[in-house]
Each structure stands twice: as C-alpha cells, then as structure tokens.
Design a protein around this ligand. Sequence first.
Ligand code: ZN
Ligand code: ZN
Length: 288
Amino acid sequence: MTTTVTVTGTGTPIPTPDRAGPGVLVTYELPSGDSVRIQIDAGRGTVMRLLGAGTSPGELDAVFLTHHHSDHLVGLDDLLLTRWVMDRTRSLPPLSVVAPAGPCTRFVDGLTERWSEDLAVRLAHTGWEHGPAFDLEGFDYPVVPVEIWQCSGLRVLAGQVRHEPVYPAVGYRIETPDGVVVISGDTLVCDEMAELAIGADVLVYEAMRFSEIRQLPVHRQFILDYHADTVEIGRQVRSLAVPTLLLTHLIPPPESDEDEAAFIDDVRSSGYDGEVVVARDLTSVVLG
Ligand SMILES: [Zn+2]
Ligand SMILES: [Zn+2]
C-alpha cells in the first residue's frame, strides 16, 4: 500500500508560465491493486497536470473544494467537461464533488446552465443521453474537523480555516492506512489549522513570505489579511512536530533556487528541523 501526494498546481491568481492553479492529488493504492484518487481544488491547468501525474479526470473518484475563490475553481469546469467528453464508453459513474455548502456548491450547481448551449449541441450531435454527471455533496461548515467522505479505507475530514472575508473556507485531512495528509487550502496560520493538522505525516500548506509583501505598496498589502506567513508556519509545524512540510500557493512565486531557499529559511527560523519542500508543479511525496 502507498499513498502519494502530488501537487498539481503551486500557483495563485497571478499567472506564471510554469505554475498551474492550486490543486493537490492524493492517490491511495490498495493491496488489491485498485486505487482511490481524489483531487483537492482545481485551479488553472489542473487537467493538464493530472495527465502529467499519470492519471486523468476519468480516473478520479472525488473532487473536494476548499473555498470560493476563482484561482481554486477555474479548472473545475474543464475537469468535469473533459471527464464527460473523454468517457467514450459512456460508463463512468457520476463524479463526487464535495464542498462546504454555500457559494462553492452554488458554483458547481451552475455548471450545466453555464454550458447549456454547448451541451445541447454536443448531445444532439453525438446522441449521448445526458451531460456531465456529478454528485454534488455539500456539508455544513465544520466547527471541529469532521468526517465528510470515505472510500475503501481512505477517509476525508474537513475543518474550518481562517480566510475571512471568504466564508466558508476549509482545509482537508486525508487519512489512509499509510498515514495522514493535511491540505490547508487558503488560510492564516491559526488554531483551527493546528487542530486539523495534529498528527499529520505530510502537511501541504499555502505559503506567503510576509516580509516581501510588506515591502509592496500599501494598496497591495490586503493579502496579508488572509494568507499564511512562512515564519508563522515554521512555528506551527515545529509545535506540531510535523515530519514533512510541503509549501504551495507560493507568494511571491519563486523564480530561482535562491527564492526557494528564502521560503525554507523563513520556516527554519523557528527551529523547525523536519523536511521542508518548496513544491513545484507535480512535486510528489509518498507515504507508506
Ligand atoms: Zn488561493
Ligand atoms: Zn483564497
């Protein structure tokens, strides 16, 4: 058995040539040889990165959304429509799409309407009986981390994080027999994140170098309100004794080895001595 964490996108709303929008793929390989594959968030270019990771939208079992910010969602229509178009035998089951009830679920619910004219033409042209099929599962905003989904020994818990004024916003805790993976979504470093990440083997954390952002013009500093400072991340993962930290959603995006080293130095400034990885697209970590 192995559980593999692959960062499908390390970017943000600001485009760069080599970083897709936010997303993480978790693959749990069962002893039978079957796999459970889940995708958390679907930013720009997610479908291309899934193929780069050796899978495709048609092989996913579920997609989980963290919050209603476009950088985490703009690849979702592509993912759902591509899964549908690529299903040549028309045999794929509806894809589970799981999200906190509210703007995220309303966004997913609107897919068929957004694409109604395209779908009508394609259905008439192909003779296919229906458009993209998905099971939308909204859950109430979790006060404490709570299980929201499970499949073949992989369970997913959702926990609230702090990304105000975006509400709701959650992170996810994925547990398999191989270990625990926690994905922060977008958040401040906060007690809620600590609660979600207790005992994590791998923590995928959004990361922003506050020291850099504080040098920007004041009108661009609003992003300090709701992202995770690399120095604060270091303090938190040290107190939680997380063995492996994977930094993503990188602000500012590293353009050199020196830039990546600066993220690591910030985390290390707390005395954290675990593994720190500044993720690039398709960076993977294996558990088990
Ligand atoms: Zn974001
Ligand atoms: Zn966000």
